[in-house]
Design a protein around this ligand. Sequence first.
Ligand SMILES: CC(C)(COP(=O)(O)OP(=O)(O)OC[C@H]1O[C@@H](n2cnc3c(N)ncnc32)[C@H](O)[C@@H]1OP(=O)(O)O)[C@@H](O)C(=O)NCCC(=O)NCCS
Length: 211
Amino acid sequence: MIERILPEWAATAEEFGDVPEDTLFPEERPLVARATGMRRREFVTGRHCARQALSRLGVPPGPIPRGERGAPVWPPGTVGSITHCSGYRAAAVAEGRVAAAIGIDAEPHGPLPSGVLPTVASPGEIAALGALGPGACWDRILFSAKEAVYKVWFPLTRRWLDFAQAVVEIDPDGGFTASLLVADPAMGTRTLGGRWLVSDGLVATAIALPR
Ligand SMILES: CC(C)(COP(=O)(O)OP(=O)(O)OC[C@H]1O[C@@H](n2cnc3c(N)ncnc32)[C@H](O)[C@@H]1OP(=O)(O)O)[C@@H](O)C(=O)NCCC(=O)NCCS
């Protein structure tokens, strides 16, 4: 699913179930030592997907530590992103000489819980979603797109980005544009183009920022 919304130079892997916990590397086990249930399973399978995707770039299996603010620490010369939600886990990676950053996000394809949309979208963004008409849960797609924006933004800038600091415009044909309202030299651009897909009861969004 995720590969359909990423360029060919991105390597991806996804799972619709979970893999055994012994696929974790010893260095990763402390990262979920106090986690239980779903959190353990999504972490384990997310790391598995990341290693599978990296293997497609020729990177041998190894630990993927957790860095600042939860961002994965990718092997030297690579960039990537992990996402998980109920029934789905995925990773996308690329060579750092090709890509500056990748951000992916997956969500269940259903409306956001009541009251959430105004906390993640501006009145202008909400009005634009209303104009899209029926067809998909546009509020969920917008939310997912903003999560993907953050997963591109943070590894490059090492800074927080609030939901109000990017304006996302959804194209009903499967694209979206994010306009950043704050500048950072590490980004090199204030406009990010991404793609979205609804399939199998899920929404996936992806941004692949070329170097
Ligand atoms: C970090 C965040 C984006 C994760 O998104 P999510 O939908 O909750 O969860 P997902 O399953 O899709 O992604 C989780 C994975 O994201 C990755 N991640 C976590 N923090 C990250 C960061 N700071 N930068 C990049 N990737 C990060 C991790 O790999 C994590 O999985 P892991 O802990 O198992 O390794 C979200 O929790 C968050 O903090 N959002 C607020 C910031 C934001 O979205 N701003 C909007 C800007 S327009």
